[in-house]
Design a protein around this ligand. Structure first.
Ligand code: ADP
Ligand code: MG
Length: 273
């Protein structure tokens, strides 16, 4: 469980203070799949970095499984519970061979070599990259690199996985691979926090946070959030393509139900006309 109370983050610099998180409160239950959306600069990455104490609150508190991230003695336990995956796969790869890269975090924990090998093999299998274990990461596609980065997190056996725009630099095929993998990890019981600017991806979550100017201004199901087309447009955000098409058809006079979210629902609604 993750619990934030009046979280505030201010970046201090010579050119002035920047409030990046402003009074953010929420609870995320174990096993939930939460997507976070919002325009550039709304505070998504700043929030992500609070989940594993890469950043500490300027004010307010965030607890990971009851542990206050700001207490230094909790740092190791917090990092053990929360794995992070970032946007740029190239900056996350640290080793010259895939299996060494996946093992990197474990070596830092001082785990026995045979245990490391076992966990690395399981993690590579989980992301369907076993055949590539002796490859140089530089030979892989962006999507494969992100799956390797995710394998590193799987090997650490963290219960919570935070992904900050993991598909932003990938082609459509790579994006599909990563999303399918994330859905599988959620089905296996991991808590997923998934930051994205692809609304189709966010629609797969159970719950969506919408951020604006350092605040969470909406918290609801994908259906609640995305079918409010007016509000999404006001925020400068897209809606999933089925929502957009349904809205345009309604404007042309077609009598479609209000809460269409997926292509299947749109197809069914059209068939019923
Ligand atoms: P997002 O991920 O939603 O694009 P960020 O969390 O990266 O938003 O940024 C939130 C705000 O904080 C932005 O206005 C950004 O310019 C500012 N910001 C982010 N990182 C820093 C930093 N290291 N120093 C100063 N300001 C920052
Ligand atoms: Mg960001």
């Amino acid at each position: 469980m993750i619990h934030a109370e009046h979280l505030r983050h201010v970046y201090k610099s010579s050119s002035g203070d920047k409030v990046a998180l402003d009074d953010v409160s929420f609870t995320i239950k174990a096993g939930e799949f939460v997507a976070i959306i919002g325009t550039n600069g709304s505070g998504k990455s700043t929030l992500a970095k609070h989940f594993n104490a890469l950043l500490l609150p300027t004010d307010g508190k965030i607890f990971v499984n009851g542990l206050d991230t700001a207490q230094e003695e909790n740092l190791w336990h917090v990092r053990e519970k929360v794995g992070m995956v970032f946007q740029n796969p190239d900056s996350e790869i640290v080793a010259a061979i895939v299996e060494d890269d996946v093992a990197f975090g474990l070596e830092n924990l001082g785990i026995a070599p045979d245990k490391i090998r076992e966990r690395v093999d399981l993690a590579l299998d989980a992301v369907n990259m076993t055949d590539y274990k002796k490859f140089a990461p530089s030979k892989l596609s962006g999507g494969q690199k992100q799956r390797i980065a995710i394998a590193g997190v799987i090997a650490m056996q963290t219960k919570i996985i935070v992904l900050d725009e993991p598909t932003a630099m990938l082609d459509p095929q790579g994006r599909r691979e990563v999303l399918e993998l994330v859905k599988r990890l959620h089905a296996q019981g991991k808590t997923i926090i998934y930051i994205t600017h692809f609304m189709e991806e966010a629609a797969n979550a159970q719950r969506v946070f919408v951020m604006e100017s350092g605040r969470i201004i909406r918290d609801g199901t994908p259906r609640e959030i995305f079918t409010d087309v007016k509000e999404m447009k006001r925020l400068g955000l897209d809606v999933p393509v089925a929502v957009e098409i349904a809205e345009r058809l309604r404007r042309k006079g077609f009598k479609l139900p209000q809460k269409i979210l997926t292509p299947e629902e749109l197809a069914d609604a059209l068939k019923n006309l």
